[in-house]
Design a protein around this ligand. Structure first.
Ligand code: M7G
Length: 332
């Protein structure tokens, strides 16, 4: 862990202008103490690009940290250009803006605009120390569809899940108020049906177009939709209704503009529900992964053992050990 954390002595002093207000201030300010990163970016040595998405303007990197301390750890860094913010436009279009001509032809011209650093933010997500599974999660690979029957779940998936999954410690930290406490949007503290609603760390919370929140259940016995039965209906209905109400009040987004779903397979096997803006093409909202909460509730109402009986289809990456297990069993 130490290699992932700065010793505090070599942190560069970052100067930062605040992108809020009336749009005219360009005052430079250092980051608040709570904003100072504990990650040593300069000690990161790039090993390879795991994946790049030109349209989303994201790049996923694998590298090593701590080589100078003799305590080498793997790290994954995700860099993502952030969406434009309307209230920062005055600074971008300011008459002092550094705008350089690239080409001109008739009424058409293209330019390079070099904004002040504060308006050129890159969202940076760090996983450190990263496990082999994290590195594979972000690696570009061919995908294969699996039709998982009830028997497959019992004989292939369940034994795999018992040995192979990501730690859910970060979810427990949120539930136990050990991390991201100030981020909590809403809590229903009931241990059976309650949940915490919190921004997904993919969302930078600066614009609503790509809103992404997650509701994390206090109840710890449900790993995924496969475990859901009629006894969980009150919890699912509470998450749906309270989540919609809170988001409508706080962000003024009606329930008809929210995509509310669970992943199967999820990355983290502790029940959580995604709330995203319906206009946002959120990663993981494709048909082979996202199950709308409204439909999940209806399915369980229709048949309390729906998710124990049905075949569920999902995609796995080429080198996913679970895919190998399905292959070994002759199921693919
Ligand atoms: P998932 O359906 O288990 O899998 O969703 P996915 O990650 O493959 O989509 C977990 C969700 O939790 C994702 O949308 C992540 O972006 C989000 N997430 C993951 N971590 C480790 C954190 C975290 O530490 N804090 C918050 N707020 N969100 C996280």
């Amino acid at each position: 862990m130490a290699a992932c954390v700065s010793d505090g002595s070599v942190e560069p002093e970052i100067k930062k202008a605040k992108p809020s207000g009336n749009g005219n201030e360009e005052k430079a300010e250092g980051p608040a103490a709570s904003e100072r990163s504990t990650f040593n970016l300069h000690s990161f040595r790039l090993e390879r690009v795991l994946r790049e998405n030109v349209r989303d303007k994201t790049i996923f990197l694998h590298g090593k940290v701590g080589e100078d301390q003799g305590d080498v750890q793997d790290a994954v860094i995700i860099l993502e250009k952030t969406p434009f913010q309307e209230d920062a436009l005055p600074q971008l279009l300011n008459r002092n803006a550094d705008l350089r001509l690239q080409m001109k032809n008739d009424i058409y011209s293209t330019h390079h605009l070099h904004p002040l650093p504060a308006f050129n933010e890159i969202k940076t997500t760090v996983v450190c120390p990263a496990t082999e599974k994290h590195i594979k999660k972000y690696l570009q690979q061919e995908m294969y569809l699996v039709n998982e029957t009830a028997d497959d779940y019992k004989n292939i998936t369940t034994p795999y899940l018992q040995s192979q999954t990501f730690s859910v410690q970060w979810l427990y930290n949120i539930l136990e108020k050990k991390a991201e406490v100030e981020q909590i949007i809403h809590e229903n503290p009931d241990p059976k049906i309650g949940f915490i609603l919190i921004p997904d760390f993919k969302w930078n919370q600066k614009q609503l177009d790509d809103l992404h929140l997650i509701a994390i259940s206090h109840f710890r016995e449900v790993k995924s939709i496969r475990d859901l039965t009629a006894e969980h209906l009150p919890m699912l209905q509470t998450i749906l209704q309270e989540g919609q109400m809170v988001i409508s009040k706080r962000y003024n987004i009606p329930k008809s503009q929210l995509r509310i779903y669970l992943h199967y397979q999820p990355s983290y096997y502790h029940l959580h529900v995604h709330f995203t803006a319906v206009g946002h093409d959120a990663p993981g909202s494709m048909v082979e992964r996202a199950h709308l909460l409204f439909n999940v509730i209806e399915n369980v109402q229709f048949d309390p053992e729906y998710y124990q009986k049905r075949t569920l289809t999902f995609a796995l990456k080429a080198d996913d050990p679970l895919l190998h297990r399905f292959k070994e069993e002759g199921r693919i």
